[in-house]
Design a protein around this ligand. Structure first.
Ligand SMILES: CC(C)(COP(=O)(O)OP(=O)(O)OC[C@H]1O[C@@H](n2cnc3c(N)ncnc32)[C@H](O)[C@@H]1OP(=O)(O)O)[C@@H](O)C(=O)NCCC(=O)NCCS
Length: 152
């Protein structure tokens, strides 16, 4: 996981309306990494956002690196467990600098004594390695996905 104290800071801010279009673009650019690979239109995004706002269990964070929005990730409460979703570095020029790793740790640090889990496509080797680096282990599978989990 490296020494995060040496890393530039990232800030996670819950999604607001002004970033929904950026999020849509990132989601479309990364759609091959998600189970739902449909291209999201502006209209679909609007509809989704109105529903999202009413769901207090789902929190999407926009990741800021030196003040710039660079990526996103979500925590979704599922009973006592926490699901991680929509993990994506939108600005690929910042890849492999620990930005999303730091963001993942930051999002998980909000919880204690919880099972954290996620689904990742079996062919997404980069993401699987990324999660393994953050102590997630494959514990099951569902269709073309692995289920990975860890405890915090
Ligand atoms: C997975 C992802 C979020 C990682 O973002 P990141 O900011 O580059 O990640 P970090 O810098 O914190 O972590 C780097 C680790 O991720 C993995 N990784 C990231 N980019 C990689 C690449 N191009 N090739 C191989 N491994 C890579 C490695 O394990 C790497 O560790 P290392 O630097 O010790 O080799 C990013 O690659 C991404 O957005 N992928 C597309 C969307 C996606 O797959 N989301 C997950 C859906 S379940």
């Amino acid at each position: 996981m490296g020494n995060y104290s040496k890393m530039p800071k990232v800030t996670l801010k819950p999604l607001t309306k002004e970033f929904t279009e950026t999020l849509r673009q990132w989601r479309n650019e990364n759609r091959r990494f998600f189970t739902n690979q449909k291209t999201i239109t502006k209209k679909m995004q609007q509809k989704w956002y109105n529903k999202y706002k009413k769901d207090s269990n789902d929190t999407i964070y926009i990741v800021f690196y030196e003040g710039e929005p660079v990526g996103a990730l979500a925590t979704i409460k599922k009973g006592k467990d926490i699901e991680i979703g929509r993990v994506m570095l939108g600005k690929k020029e910042y890849a492999k600098q620990g930005i999303m790793g730091k963001s993942l740790e930051n999002a998980m640090s909000k919880y204690k004594n919880r099972r954290i889990f996620l689904e990742v496509l079996k062919n997404n080797e980069v993401a699987i390695n990324f999660y393994k680096k953050h102590k997630f282990k494959i514990t099951g599978e569902k269709n073309n996905c692995y289920i990975m989990q860890r405890w915090v």
